[in-house]
Write a protein that binds this ligand. Structure first.
Ligand SMILES: N[C@@H](CCC(=O)N[C@@H](CS)C(=O)NCC(=O)O)C(=O)O
Length: 201
């Protein structure tokens, strides 16, 4: 990795915000490109899968939000200190991704009240699982000790959706809540949260 990195997504947090948080946590410059409408229509055919986000690095392009975040975490030294800690980060990431998919169903794709209720039940169950994992792994102010990692960023990122869904009460998950607020208090992250574009999702 040498030159500038450019992250392209829509004007939303959704599948790009974790990558943005990693740039901010690492103190690395990047271009936060947000496209819409005709600009996206024109860009779509040149993307690997016709979807965003994409990350461009030294003229090369990658897709898939999970791959992008893992790549950035490896580049920035935010993936734990060994393979075991990387696997701890992965367990958190995969659990958080399940919660995110449940939230997308609740907010957008569930067609019936029944489907919505099932997605909510699954979200609660996945967040309970997240709390259990975080409780069992937590070694300090952050999951892996006193240095924040990809895992803490992912935890903070997912909790930002809870406020819009009254059934998901952050207070019910105290270890998740503690990590999320410790992460948000890191000065570069606090500054980003204060100044980033405001979006619904
Ligand atoms: N698994 C992919 C999913 C990407 C995805 O679904 N992108 C959506 C936005 S969240 C998209 O590009 N939609 C516009 C389109 O398909 O034209 C990832 O995590 O990056």
């Amino acid at each position: 990795m040498g030159g500038e990195m450019r992250l392209t997504y829509f004007n939303a947090r959704a599948r790009a915000e974790l990558a943005r948080l990693l740039f901010k946590l690492a103190g690395k410059e990047f271009t936060d490109r947000r496209v819409e409408g005709e600009e996206w229509t024109a860009l779509k055919p040149s993307t690997p899968k016709g979807q965003l986000p994409i990350l461009e690095v030294d003229g090369k392009m990658m897709c898939e939000s999970g791959a992008i975040c893992r790549y950035l975490a490896r580049e920035f030294g935010l993936y734990g200190s060994d393979n075991w800690e990387a696997a701890i980060c992965d367990q958190i990431l995969d659990t958080v991704d399940s919660v995110f998919q449940n939230i997308v169903q609740i907010k957008f794709t569930a067609k019936t009240e029944e489907a919505k209720a099932t997605a909510m039940k699954n979200a609660v169950s996945n967040i309970e699982g997240l709390e259990k994992l975080v409780y069992s792994f937590k070694k300090g102010a952050f999951l892996l000790g006193e240095k924040a990692s990809l895992a803490d960023a992912a935890i903070r990122n997912i909790t930002e959706y809870f406020a819009a869904l009254p059934e998901l009460k952050l207070e019910s998950y105290p270890t998740v809540k503690a990590i999320a607020s410790n992460f948000a208090a890191i000065p570069a992250i606090a500054e980003w949260i204060k100044t980033r574009p405001e979006t619904n999702m």
